[in-house]
Design a protein around this ligand. Structure first.
Ligand code: GLU
Length: 492
């Protein structure tokens, strides 16, 4: 039988990198086995619905290249659903949950509960005071069906709860955690249908996973305590269980659960900062999983081939931005230069360093900057800070060491010869940038550090940086002349 895995987010905000990881593992496993990967929108809690969340989800996943086979997709600017198991949005499946809850009521696996909010609050307070486990006390468990029906006809507000058997051991195999044993005494009679006729997550997830033919339920470990209740629902319906995989939390470097308070967590934040999708996806896969050969740089196809739930760690995976930056720098160094240039232009425009109208004309120039930047930046939005050194005609000295270098006795001679070469060269390009040092050395006898350092200092105000021949080519004749004039006037 072919596998079917689903990622089932609630549209309560922008996609978190933890969700990207869950979706990615679903995707990797489904693709490895030649199965399907599905997105289902779990929007039964209408109070938490966030406008734009579904669009952000589709957008983020498309950017990341974690593409689903079924579920909501964007077509000509609007959301449409594709696949033969729809609707894929729970709020459009209410009639299906109604039908199924009726079956549970009939078979005695569920019951109507008429307890008021006040009563529930009161028993909660009492349980708290006595230090007991919090939960529903089963007050309405034994109301006969005809009495319940009468009360409903009379318009009494009610919910429907799962009738959890007492003191039953529920044992299941988790693909990540191995054998898990839980006792029903640690849970209470879960609400399955709310008074407004909307199902709760617990009912909807079981019904949908079954009807959508889901073979593997992959999700965060916070859902582990809910699993026994869901297993009992499968049992009540007489359905075969899917396989379970509960993923460890993603922690920050202080080993606390990753949250917005500690920095970026939305996929969109990383997109904006200029992480390459293949880098983020590669790195996030490794937060809590490693392939057998412990390889760290992997293409999607390699991950598809080597992924396994058995190698997902039981303890939390640590999200380390430095490590992500390392992975991203790797991909930046390898990426196609035109792709990088195009991705970087918006940052320069946003920083006011490039006008919209001059993008085309300056494209090749920006590309030259990018050639040197790719060796030095960790994510693309750093380009505006990095590129500053090539803008403007004034040279700001990085520190006093640069000043000292410019004060060396031979510097004026060196600059004079350099200026002369620059003025007379046919073109100021990388070839000239390389050639000019040999020419100066031959003419003046100045060589090595004494040659390179003062020239870099005069052109950039720094003692270290990108290859000086490339810097020369990027600056061009006019800017070089102006910068040297500025240095002569202010520092020599
Ligand atoms: N809707 C749940 C969430 O957003 C999904 C839980 C599950 O995958 O079963 O976390």
């Amino acid at each position: 039988m072919s596998v079917r895995l689903r990622f089932a987010p609630s549209p309560t905000g922008y996609v978190h990198i933890g969700s990207l990881r869950t979706a990615l593992y679903d995707y990797l496993f489904a693709k490895q086995k030649g199965g399907e990967y599905i997105i289902r929108i779990e929007d039964t809690d209408r109070t938490r619905f966030v406008e734009g969340a579904i669009e952000n989800l589709i957008d983020s996943m498309e950017w990341a290249g974690v593409i689903h086979d079924e579920g909501p997709m964007m077509e000509a600017g609007r959301i449409v659903e594709k696949g033969g198991y729809g609707p894929y949005t729970q709020s459009e499946r209410l009639h299906i949950y109604k039908e199924h809850i009726e079956k549970l009521l009939e078979s005695g696996h569920a019951y109507h509960c008429f307890c008021s909010r006040e009563r529930l609050d009161k028993i909660r307070e009492e349980q708290k005071a006595k230090g007991e486990m919090l939960g529903y006390d089963g007050h309405c468990r034994n109301i006969p069906m005809n009495e319940a029906k009468k009360r409903i006809e009379d318009g009494e507000s009610h919910v429907i709860r799962l009738k959890l058997p007492k003191d039953r051991e529920i044992v299941f195999d988790d693909l990540v955690r191995g054998k898990v044993t839980m006792n029903t005494n640690d849970s209470d009679d879960q609400v399955l249908m709310k008074s407004d006729g909307f199902p709760t997550y617990h009912l909807a997830v079981v019904v949908d996973d079954y009807l959508m033919g889901i073979t593997h339920m992959v999700r965060g470990e916070e859902w582990l305590p809910s699993t026994p209740k869901q297993i009992l629902l499968y049992e009540a319906f007489g359905w075969e269980l899917p396989k379970f995989a509960h993923l460890p939390n993603i922690l920050n470097t202080e080993k606390k659960k990753l949250s917005k308070r500690h920095g970026d967590v939305a996929v969109k934040d990383f997109m904006k900062k200029g992480y390459l999708p293949e880098a983020l996806v590669n790195y996030i896969a490794l937060v809590g999983w490693s392939p057998e050969d412990n390889k760290e740089i992997m293409t999607m196809d390699e991950m598809i081939e080597s992924f396994s739930f058995e190698r997902v760690s039981k303890s939390g995976g640590v999200f380390d931005v430095d490590k992500l930056n390392w992975v991203n720098s790797h991909y930046i160094k390898e990426a196609d230069i035109d792709r990088l240039t195009k991705l970087c232009i918006p940052y320069l425009v946003e920083a006011g360093m490039l006008a919209e109208g001059e993008v085309e004309e300056k494209y090749e120039w920006v590309k030259m900057i990018m050639e040197t930047a790719r060796e030095r930046i960790c994510y693309l939005s750093q380009i505006s800070e990095y590129a500053k050194q090539f803008f403007g005609e004034e040279v700001k000295l990085e520190n006093d060491d640069v000043k000292d270098v410019l004060k060396l006795e031979h510097v004026q001679d060196l600059l004079n010869t350099f200026k002369d070469k620059v003025t007379n060269a046919e073109a100021i390009d990388a070839v000239f940038g390389k050639k000019v040092f040999k020419m100066i050395q031959k003419e003046t006898g100045i060589k090595g550090k004494n040659l390179y350092m003062p020239l870099r200092a005069a052109l950039t105000g720094q003692l270290h940086g990108p290859d000086i021949d490339k810097v020369i080519a990027i600056l061009g004749r006019e800017n070089i002349q102006k910068r040297i004039a500025y240095v002569e006037k202010h520092y020599i």
